[in-house]
Design a protein around this ligand. Structure first.
Ligand code: GAR
Length: 206
């Protein structure tokens, strides 16, 4: 099985990035992370990349006249590193570049810490806890021009009925994120997802 060439985009802690890299090292994920791209020069994700000898590209928003141009730069980097799959792992900017989204259509994936379409946005775990839902979870979806609303690849429920705070909720969901994201990245080495309308259906390689 050929390893899928991955570019990771992250803005912060990078625990999903680290989890995927650990699954790769343990032979449980048929992928190779070719580059970490970050918009945050202080992101802890950078040291995870360095520890694993993964090249790091920092793109500073203030260095571009607009987000279209910034995303063009991201596209250039993805092309240069030969990315087959772009994994957003806590990348906290919305991708807006038309060229980038068109060129990498159905090849950019994101993880969201809730069962979409419930609780989109940046505070999903807190929102779910405060709403009082008993079950939340993880959604992995393709990225398009919408916010947290591209075709869904994978979902897994997490029982949060015993969580006593938003932080505890986030920590419990994160454990599921780490396993689910590596599993989904691995699936791209074994086939592709046919997207019809809102539906993404896994098609194994023959
Ligand atoms: C994760 O919980 C991820 O699901 C969330 O940010 C966190 C990043 O953590 N993403 C979103 O909320 C996207 N809307 P990490 O940097 O440790 O992987």
């Amino acid at each position: 099985m050929a390893k899928v060439k991955v570019a990771v985009l992250a803005s912060g802690r990078g625990s999903n990035f680290k989890a995927i890299q650990e699954h790769i090292k343990a032979g449980r994920c048929d992928a190779e992370i070719k580059v970490l791209i970050t918009n945050n020069p202080d992101a802890p994700a950078i040291s995870i990349a360095k520890d694993n000898k993964i090249p790091v590209e920092i793109i500073d928003k203030s260095g571009f006249p607009d987000r279209e141009k910034m995303d063009e730069r991201i596209k250039e980097l993805l092309d240069r590193y030969g990315a087959e799959l772009v994994v957003l792992a806590g990348y906290m900017l919305i991708l807006k570049g038309r060229k980038l989204l068109e060129s990498y259509k159905n090849r950019i994936i994101n993880i969201h810490p809730a069962l979409l379409p419930a609780f989109p946005g940046a505070t999903a775990q807190k929102d779910a806890f405060e709403y009082g839902v008993k079950v939340s979870g993880v959604t992995i979806h393709f990225v398009d021009e919408s916010l947290d609303a591209g075709p869904i690849i994978y979902q897994e429920a997490v029982d949060i009925s015993d969580c006593k705070s938003a932080e505890e909720t986030a920590a419990k969901i994160l454990k599921t994120e780490h396993k689910a994201y590596a599993k989904v990245v691995d699936s791209f080495s074994k086939g592709h997802y046919a997207v019809e309308g809102r539906r993404a259906r896994f098609v194994p390689s023959s």
